[in-house]
Design a protein around this ligand. Structure first.
Ligand code: PLP
Length: 438
């Protein structure tokens, strides 16, 4: 028996080695990593530059507390991120993962409004199909009913509006543009209901990941969201923990939507699985209000700005930018979409295939015509996941809710280095897993 408390356990294969796009287990089986775990391993599992950077930093200095020291890797990484961030984003706060980054974003928003003399602003508005992390603040922001249920009494009250989810919610005869405006205007309606002077932030994933399976917004949605935030004096927090760091073909996913956030969170692809690291970035305006006000953001974690993790992040970002991986993500992403469409586009249980870059979702339905979801008791997601593992494929079941009802999606987020042959292998193994599972 194992004493590990968590998702790993005796029933799971034991991972012993990573090479390129594959993880090998103790029995010698190879698994194609079709989802980067959960959109983490963007450079594959044996990147020589990232490994060398970690070794070199380890030989010099693993840790120095940020209460006493700064460090080259942390400063370089922050400079590199700020230089490539959306317009107005100037400051970078390094953390250990996505939930920490979201917690910091929410606290920063609150402190910003205290500093500028608007203490009544404390409410966050989020969206129903969203996941922002598992710590209590981030969980409260997230809209996934299943993840929230047990902890409901511990969660601060948060409003959840509908996401922009064209496949499910665009009405017959409605143009994509009109739908985007209608969905975004829900934010204004909620602000009006709560009273603008009590709302501090709207948080959203530019491309929804774990709860809906790679759902980008329609064109114009986020521009309207930005307008509404500005008109009401509300901060826009974009959670790019999953969809950022090149995953969708631009370094920040929001670049595609043509909006710049006030605060943005990143994690997964930043460390690419080589180190646990996340970051919260903010505009000079938000930063200055605090720097010129009370003087310091009242926050911090022991491992904030960890030099070894920052060295890994610096190497990952240098690889993404220096090896010109973003055009490759866009091209391979199109190939993946085409391969999925030609193999699964007419499948009786595939309702939608969507996404951006190497971030793709396959929505599984009981009935294509009515878009009816499966009975949750059938555990389709779990069955697809284990059938895929049997076939030697790692894919991520994105089991969300479709407005209160169950929904089944498979999330694909392979390494940016995936080859054309490996895309075919991925799609072939996924198609077989879906047929076995349903
Ligand atoms: N935000 C988003 C959009 C995520 O997808 C996740 C994790 O899946 C998180 C936050 C939480 O990140 P972590 O698991 O690193 O705490």
């Amino acid at each position: 028996m194992t004493h590990v408390f968590g998702r790993s356990g005796a029933s799971l294969p034991k991972a012993v080695r990573g090479e390129g796009c594959y993880i090998h287990d103790a029995r010698g089986r190879a698994y194609l990593d079709g989802s980067g775990g959960a959109a983490v391993s963007c450079l594959g599992h044996s990147d020589p530059d990232v490994r060398a950077a970690i070794h070199a930093q380890l030989d010099q200095l693993a840790f120095a507390h940020t209460g006493f020291f700064t460090s080259d890797p942390a400063e370089d990484l922050a400079d590199l991120l700020a230089a490539n961030a959306p317009e107005g984003i100037e400051r970078v706060y390094l953390l250990s993962g996505g939930s920490e980054a979201v917690e910091a974003a929410i606290k920063l928003a609150r402190q910003y409004f205290l500093e500028i003399g608007q203490p009544g602003r404390h409410r966050v508005i989020a969206r129903r199909q969203s996941y922002h992390g598992n710590t209590l603040g981030a969980l409260a922001a997230g809209g996934n009913a299943w993840r929230r249920e047990k902890y409901a009494p511990l969660l601060v009250e948060t409003s959840h509006i509908a996401p922009c989810y064209e496949y499910r919610f665009r009405e017959d005869g409605e143009t994509a543009e009109a739908y985007g405006q209608r969905a975004a205007n829900e934010l204004q309606a909620e602000i009006d209901r709560l009273g603008a002077d009590s709302v501090m932030a709207f948080i959203a994933e530019p491309v929804v990941g774990a709860t809906a399976g790679a759902v980008p917004a329609v064109d114009g949605y986020f521009r309207r969201i930005r307008e509404i935030c500005d008109a009401n004096g509300i901060l826009l927090i974009l959670d790019e923990v999953m969809c950022g760091m090149g995953r969708t073909g631009t370094l920040f996913a929001s670049e595609h939507d043509g909006v710049a956030p006030d605060i943005v969170t990143i994690a997964k692809g930043l460390g690419a699985g080589y180190m646990p690291i996340g970051a919260m970035l903010c505009t000079g305006t938000v930063y200055d209000a605090i720097a010129q006000g009370s003087g310091a953001f009242q926050h911090g974690h022991t491992y904030h700005g960890h030099p070894l993790a920052a060295a890994a992040g610096r190497a990952v970002l240098t690889a993404i930018l220096g090896r010109d991986l973003l055009p490759q993500v866009r091209a391979r992403g199109e190939m993946l979409q085409q391969a999925l469409t030609s193999r699964l586009g007419q499948h009786p249980h595939v309702g939608d295939i969507r996404g951006r870059g190497l971030f793709r979702g396959v929505e599984l339905v009981e009935d294509r015509a009515t878009k009816a979801t499966f009975d949750p008791a059938r555990k389709i997601n779990a069955r697809v996941k284990s059938a895929a593992m049997e076939n030697g494929l790692i894919c991520y079941p994105a089991g969300g809710t479709v407005d209160g009802k169950h929904g089944d999606h498979v999330l694909l987020a392979p390494p940016y280095i995936i080859s054309e042959d490996q895309i075919d292998e991925l799609v072939d193994k996924l198609a077989r897993a879906i047929d076995t599972a349903i």
